[in-house]
Design a protein around this ligand. Structure first.
Ligand code: IPM
Ligand code: MG
Length: 361
């Protein structure tokens, strides 16, 4: 297989973890006889520094000409005082919109060797395996009007939470499609007791469910979902929800695994190449120290192989290697409990050696 990958390393620990992901990708290419041609492009703070814009047109063009996109992270204190439209995060929001990356898949699985790494009790988190399906190109992140103005002599700020039926339908459908190959249950999360957009969301979920009689649909209010996630996470399987609820619930869910540094994601496009990124941010406090956990990015590479290129065996080889390295007791600093922590490079090398040693799956 011959594929082109746009690489958007971004800011903070982005470049370090992306380098780790690409090293693992190289190993897969060698072992399984594929060619992945990578092309770097700027996004976020580094793009602002170089061009004045968080998402230069050149980056959009490079992404559109690729088969998939690997992204690190954007943002940092250096750019925190810029106005909303000029912040690094705007680059991320714009690329989501530009490439119609509407379906953000955030799998949360607790590795058995890490079931005591969570702040929650082991029996609660052991064997958790759920999938958050977050709508990514609508809702309050993008609704208009968004503005600040003065009304009757007072400052007012406005954001708009807006969804169309078709936007809701395509993300709910994605949730049901995933449920088909998982445990045949969809939990649709909304705030239908308060929000009009949630009432439409719930109606559409009911309509879509008619096409999937074999799948159970459950509605859950978002405040309850936040509670159930830590009370009985094993009762959830596919969780489909709107943009901001998904943002918040996925950070919460990451704590089931013990570290935000463990969660990969795929942002699937309606029109072209999809984007793969760890869900952790740029972590400016540890950037440049070589201690960031590379596993979320390495697992994002596995998601790319699986979802974009249908390379199931290759994806599985990476997942098995991560599992084996953790099983052997290796930990980066975010997960270490007394034992000496591995650096980003050491952890990456361990995964690569494990892939080398694995029999072909
Ligand atoms: C995420 C992040 C982004 C979001 C930020 C960086 C804009 O938190 O991908 O979850 O809110 O979507
Ligand atoms: Mg987030």
């Amino acid at each position: 297989m011959n594929k082109r990958i746009a690489v958007l390393a971004g800011d903070g620990i982005g470049p370090e973890v992306v380098r780790a992901g690409l090293r693992v990708l190289d190993e897969i290419a060698q072992k399984y006889g594929h060619q992945f041609e990578t092309k770097q492009a700027l996004i976020g703070g580094c793009a602002i520094d170089a061009t004045g814009l968080p998402l230069p047109q050149e980056t959009v063009d490079i992404c559109k000409q690729s088969d998939a996109i690997l992204l690190g992270a954007v943002g940092g204190p250096k750019w925190d005082t810029l106005p909303g439209e000029k912040r690094p995060e705007k680059g991320l929001l714009d690329i989501r919109k530009e490439l119609q990356l509407f379906a953000n898949l955030r799998p949360v699985s607790v590795f058995s060797s890490l079931s005591d790494a969570s702040t929650l009790k082991k029996e609660i988190v052991k064997d958790v395996d759920l999938m958050i399906v977050r709508e990514l190109t609508g809702g309050i992140y993008f609704g208009e009007p968004r503005e600040r103005k003065e009304v009757d002599g007072e400052e007012v700020a406005i954001d708009t939470l807006k969804y169309t039926r078709s936007e809701i339908e395509r993300i709910i459908r994605k949730g049901f499609e995933l449920a088909k190959v998982r445990n045949k249950k969809v939990t649709s999360v909304d705030k239908a007791n308060v929000l009009e957009s949630s009432r439409l969301w719930r109606e559409v979920a009911e309509d879509v469910a008619k096409d999937y009689p074999e799948i159970e649909l459950e509605h859950m209010l978002v405040d309850n979902a936040a509670m159930q996630l830590i009370r009985s996470p094993k009762s959830l399987d596919v969780v489909v929800t709107e943009n901001m609820f998904g943002d918040i619930l996925s950070d919460e869910a990451s704590m089931l695994t013990g570290s935000l540094g463990m969660l990969p994601s795929a942002s699937l496009s309606a029109i072209g190449p999809s984007l793969y990124e760890p869900i952790h941010g740029s972590a400016p406090d540890i950037a440049g120290k070589g201690i960031a956990n590379p596993l979320a990015t390495i697992a994002s590479v596995a998601m790319m192989l699986k979802y974009e290129f249908s390379l199931e065996k290759e994806a599985e080889a990476i997942e098995k290697a991560i599992d084996a390295v953790l099983d052997a007791g290796h930990r980066t600093v975010d997960l270490a409990q007394g034992e000496a922590a591995r650096s980003t490079d050491e952890m990456t090398e361990l995964v690569i050696q494990q892939i080398k040693a694995e029999a072909f799956v």
